[in-house]
Design a binder for this molecule. Sequence first.
Ligand code: GTP
Length: 598
Amino acid sequence: HYQKNIRNFSIIAHIDHGKSTLADRILEKTGCVAKRDMKEQFLDNMDLERERGITIKLQTSRLLYKAKDGQEYIFNLIDTPGHVDFTYEVSRSLAACEGAVLVVDATQGVEAQTLANVYLALDEDLEILPCLNKIDLPSSRPDEVKQEIEDVIGIDASEAPLVSAKEGTGVEDLLEKIVEVVPAPSGNPEGKLKALIFDSYYDNYKGVVIYARIFDGIVKAGDTIRLMNTGKKYEVTEVGTYSPGPVPCNELKAGEVGYICASIKQVRDARVGDTVTLDNDPADAPLPGYKKAQSMVYCGIYPAEGEKYENVKDALEKLQVNDAAFNFEPETSQALGFGFRCGFLGLLHMEIIVERLEREFDLGVITTSPSVIYKVIKNDGTEMMVQNPSNLPEPTLVKQIEEPIVKADIMIPKEYVGNIMELCQERRGKMIHMEYITENRVQLHYEMPLNEVIYDFFDALKSKTRGYGSLDYEFIRYEPSKLVKMDILLNKELVDAFSMIVHESKAQARGKFVCEKLKEVIPMHQFEVPIQAAIGQKVIARTTVRAYRKDVIAKCYGGDISRKKKLLEKQKEGKKRMRQFGKVEVPQEAFTAVLKYD
Ligand code: GTP
């Protein structure tokens, strides 16, 4: 039977434990081009992820492996995104597999995301195959880490292959283990079509290309498919597999993994997690686990130069076509004019979109303070979801505000426990419990407002643990909280783009911090510029940018003509990046400067 020689699996790992390097090696050993070469060819526009050294999306590949038993196996290596913002996408990729190779860096041991990924894999009933990586390094301690895997995760690691993805040692071993340990798929090709969408991307010629795992039935060109959760119908134009470039084929059948093209216009129409079935002979029920895209973090994005509004809109539309989790709608700000309110999975996702606007579309933008979604219950009993601080109703109309709470799992070496507990306390975290994973490593479980996590909590964690701390978090519930809207006034005028929702107990400190930061970045004017933080009518913090002294201005008028010209040009250049609020000029960097805690 054709399915007995198929192995569908993912590689899961904590960031930097060597997932991509191992995937490269596996591609090489199975005779495929080196993945990095292929990336250069096909994925040029994703240089962002290479620079940041994290995998946002890689490519799924079909590989052929001649095993020691003399048989040839088809390996479908399904890639998973490598960041906490994309947990749902990871879970759907895993749902397409029967097994997962768990890579653990033998110099580091089990980390927060190792565990988070293992739990996701266990939720999908996957067979987990542990392997230890980086054994070429003198500081590796495979035996200890094996023990750690057994103690912490509770799976047998005694036969885990010892691998150096860098040098290629142990990879053969691992491939044999995959054949042995990962179960073959067992779908029914005669059944009604059920295929899981686990990824998709937009291609200029083919439209949306769906990556799918076929569980039952057969799909081929000419079929009319229905996406069961959205109810939409399309005609299939092409099916095929990646090895690793696209290779069209006649049909995809139960147990196989491949791509489906059906002239779909936007990736959001082929949402990850949706089930593909045949329109004239549909399955009874979709595959479980489908979730609508849910943005967790919002911010305003405004063109740095007002006349670029249409360009920014075009660029956002292009980005959205390829990113189901990103959404936007027009909004206006008194301070910034016409722009867009944008929703993201998390802060990293937001940073990626903003950077792509700047790099790929050459557009300068201003982003307003990121905000989570608050649930506001008004005195008249009505409920509203607020994702823009400016839309918070008058305090007198509000009965209660609720904020999203996340469960945060933090892993750190024990010497940092004190520091990190202090940090979590500052961020209004509630400790649920703490456990020693090994003699030296501690796991802390906290419940924390998402609002506190999005303001560079991860950076703070990293810097307080010299890079050794790791974090994983997920939304758990809404909870009533004493939240207030804090406004910033420049020269007595409210600048709505700076408004933020903060906890009452934090307002004072935060207000002071923002005032100080603004004072650092707002240039001197010919008059004094008071900067104030206020809650309603009440000023809670203030500073002042002093006016120019006369002799400073005088200096500007000295010197020869060409130097003066250069100075003027430089000023003009600077002007473009300045925003005028009333009489006050604010540089673009002010908007990012206020986001960081110190
Ligand atoms: P993300 O893409 O962020 O999830 O990281 P990753 O898990 O894919 O890690 P990646 O493969 O990019 O490897 C991280 C770093 O570890 C890189 O600098 C690799 O060169 C290095 N590395 C990976 N495998 C080995 C190994 O076996 N030995 C040594 N010495 N270094 C390795």
